[in-house]
Every structure is written in structure tokens, then in C-alpha cells.
Design a protein around this ligand. Structure first.
Ligand SMILES: C[S@@+](CC[C@H](N)C(=O)[O-])C[C@H]1O[C@@H](n2cnc3c(N)ncnc32)[C@H](O)[C@@H]1O
Length: 365
């Protein structure tokens, strides 16, 4: 099974500390004063932000709404941090970060992605630049970093709202060692900015919605045309079967995570529950090709579905829209999660869109 993602306890302490010192956040039991944020009050603010995102899917994050910055820290930043953790763990396992020592986190907000890189692959952060239009969000990010990664609070890791500093960062350093990161920020832009195509590595994490997911598939096609090699989630460079063989499908991952108390305290006042986390993502490199073992691997792009007589699961290994199908008459099917990378025995017979597999013919890659 895929691991359950757990937030680094030191980072959780930083979240709690910043929430308390910057926003006057207090746990429900002791929060008596009206000017203090409680989980219930933050849940109201989360709901307002959520309503905003639903009514304006490509609108700019509304930090100016009442309570929004505190809600963004303890709810959205935390969720996005876990999603980016998952993507960067996968990247690290694949060897995706080889030769990368500089990162630009565009629309970095309160640092969900930067903090994940610091946790999973600090070697990538030889130097970095966090760019956002919100000074307030960057101030909160700075406060988190001071606690979680004090060594990285130097002039080698600027946080800025100035577009010229971003361009300067690109011109003074080696683009072949540079990765551009977009975590839930491309959704607020019309397309990839021009400087991005100079970067050797791209990591894009987007909401796992139909609209954002399909848009990312179109961006993938464009990147391949520009000479990029996709490392994940795809194991091939061909046309995406979800884009070409369907008008409604989109590629998205789902992970299990361990909800910290800090987060559950807010979620219990909300109608939406994040028992699992969903997102779409793309890892691409310009010059470095994915390892050869990826070519024969396949990505599970669906959840397992228990149907009458069979268990079916969408799988991607090329331009065809395909499914693994375990016939129950051959025994209990093995459990695989969406997002896992597997090897499939080429001898498995194909019937329509289904690869009829039996135990032992699908193994984790
Ligand atoms: C949904 S938030 C994501 C923040 C963070 N990356 C995360 O994963 O939590 C999108 C961020 O993009 C920033 N943003 C949107 N448009 C921008 C622009 N034109 N220039 C700079 N930042 C922008 C917003 O201020 C916001 O912080």
C-alpha cells in the first residue's frame, strides 16, 4: 500500500506557534475573548474562501476576506503542504531531483510547497525564491521558516512580491539546475509564464477538479511539444488517453493522510471532509529523461472498483484508455491504490479495454 502521509511534527509546531503569535489563535476550550480566533471562527473563514473559489475557480486567493489569512494558514496551506509532500516524495523516489539545486516557488503563498521541499529534498534548496503577490502571505511563510528551517532564512532564499527579482534570480543562476514549482497557483494564471520554459525541471500541483485537471493535461501536451519529458504521473510521452479518448475524464491522484488535531478541530465545523486528499500533478524535465524502468511501468489512475465478478482499475501506460481487470473466479484480487506505479506482465491477455490479470501479474514497480 502507499504510505499514509504525516506532517513533520516540528512543522506542525511551527504552524501552531505562528497561528498563536501572528493571529492570536486559541484552542476552543480556552478561547473566551471575541478578538481571538477559535476553530469554529476559522471554519467560517474557510467556508468563505471555499465559496469564493467555487464562484470564481480562477480567481485570486482572497486573503483580504475577514479571517482569511489565519484560515489559509491552518487549513489550505496545511492541505496543500501534504499534497506537495506526496508529489515531492514521488519525485525523490524517481530520481527526478538529480542535478537540481535551485527552486522558484511561484504563487508560493504561505509556503506549502517550499516547506515540503525542505522536508523531503532539502538538497534542491541550495538557493530558492518564493514569489507571491501577497505580502501578508509571504510574511506568514517567513515566520514559519524561521521556526522550521532557521538555516534557510538567508539572502539565498528571498521571498518577494517583485517580478524583477524573479527574473533576476533566473538570469544570475543556472537554469539547468533550476526547478519551477506551482502549487495550486497555476489555477490563478492564464498559462505558464514565459521564464518557466528556461527551467530544467517543472513541478505543477493543481486542484484535482475536472477543469484544472484537464487544463493540466493540455499543458502537458504543450510541454512535450516544447521538448520536455514527463516523469510523472505519466510513464510515457504519448498523447494522454484521458484527453483524447474522453471529454470528461481527468487524471488525478488520491492519498491517505494523518489529520493533525490542529486541522481536525477546524474541519469538524465544516460540511466538507478531507478523509483523503485529491490533486492533479505533473513532473517534467527538459534535458534529463526518466529512468528506463519507467518505460515499462504503468500508473494506476483509478481507484479499485468492485463490480460483479471482477475488480476493475484504470491504468495508464500509453495512449490507450485501459483497465486492469481481476476476475473474482481466479481468487481475491490484490489491493492497489490509485497513483501507484506498477509493472504488468505483458502476457496478460487483453479483452476490449481490459487487461485480464491474475495474482502475480501486477507488481509494484
Ligand atoms: C491558491 S494559492 C496557493 C498558495 C500556495 N502555493 C499553496 O500551495 O498553498 C495561490 C497563490 O498564488 C498567488 N498569486 C495569484 N496570482 C498571482 C500573481 N499574478 N502574481 C503573484 N502571485 C499570484 C496568490 O496570492 C496565492 O498566494
Amino acid at each position: 500500500m502507499r504510505p499514509e502521509f504525516v506532517i513533520n511534527p516540528d512543522l506542525l509546531r511551527a504552524f501552531a506557534d505562528v497561528a498563536r503569535t501572528v493571529f492570536g489563535y486559541q484552542a476552543e476550550a480556552i478561547a473566551a475573548r471575541d478578538d481571538k480566533f477559535t476553530p469554529a471562527k476559522l471554519a467560517h473563514a474557510v467556508q468563505r474562501i471555499s465559496d469564493f473559489y467555487i464562484s470564481k475557480p480562477s480567481g485570486k486567493t482572497p486573503y483580504e476576506l475577514p479571517g482569511a489569512p489565519a484560515a489559509y494558514l491552518l487549513y489550505y496551506t496545511l492541505l496543500n503542504h501534504v499534497r506537495t509532500l506526496a508529489v515531492f516524495r514521488e519525485a525523490k523516489n524517481l530520481g527526478f531531483f538529480e542535478g537540481i539545486h535551485r527552486a522558484i516557488d511561484w504563487g508560493s503563498g504561505m509556503g506549502a510547497a517550499w516547506l515540503a521541499l525542505q522536508d523531503v529534498a532539502p538538497e534542491v534548496l541550495g538557493s530558492s525564491l518564493a514569489f507571491d503577490r501577497s505580502t501578508q502571505a509571504l510574511d506568514v511563510q517567513r515566520a514559519l521558516r524561521r521556526i522550521f528551517a532557521a538555516d534557510a532564512v538567508t539572502e539565498k532564499h528571498p521571498l518577494t512580491i517583485d517580478d524583477r527579482k524573479l527574473r533576476e534570480f533566473m538570469t544570475v543562476g543556472n537554469p539547468d539546475k533550476t526547478m519551477a514549482v506551482f502549487s495550486y497557483s497555476l489555477t490563478e494564471l492564464d498559462g505558464l509564464p514565459d521564464w518557466v520554459l528556461d527551467c530544467e525541471a517543472l513541478a505543477i500541483i493543481e486542484p484535482g477538479t475536472n477543469q484544472d485537471g484537464r487544463r493540466l493535461l493540455a499543458i502537458r501536451e504543450n510541454l512535450i511539444r516544447q521538448g520536455y519529458k514527463v516523469w510523472a504521473p505519466c510513464t510515457h510521452q504519448g498523447a494522454c488517453p484521458l484527453l483524447t479518448h474522453s471529454k470528461t475524464d481527468w487524471c488525478h491522484d488520491r492519498i491517505q493522510w494523518q489529520q493533525p488535531d490542529l486541522y481536525s478541530a477546524i474541519e469538524q465545523h465544516l460540511p466538507m471532509k478531507h478523509r483523503t486528499l485529491v490533486f492533479s500533478y505533473l513532473l517534467a524535465r527538459k534535458k534529463l529523461a526518466p529512468p528506463a524502468k519507467m518505460i515499462s511501468a504503468a500508473r494506476l489512475t483509478g481507484d479499485q472498483q468492485n463490480l460483479k465478478g471482477q475488480t476493475r482499475q484504470m491504468v495508464c501506460k500509453g495512449t490507450e484508455r485501459e483497465f486492469l481487470s481481476w476476475q473474482h473466479r481466479h481468487g481475491e484480487p490484490p489491493e492497489f491504490a490509485r497513483g501507484e506505479l506498477v509493472q504488468i506482465d505483458p502476457a496478460a491477455p487483453k479483452k476490449g479495454a481490459d487487461l485480464r490479470v491474475i495474482a502475480g501479474q501486477v507488481v509494484r514497480a
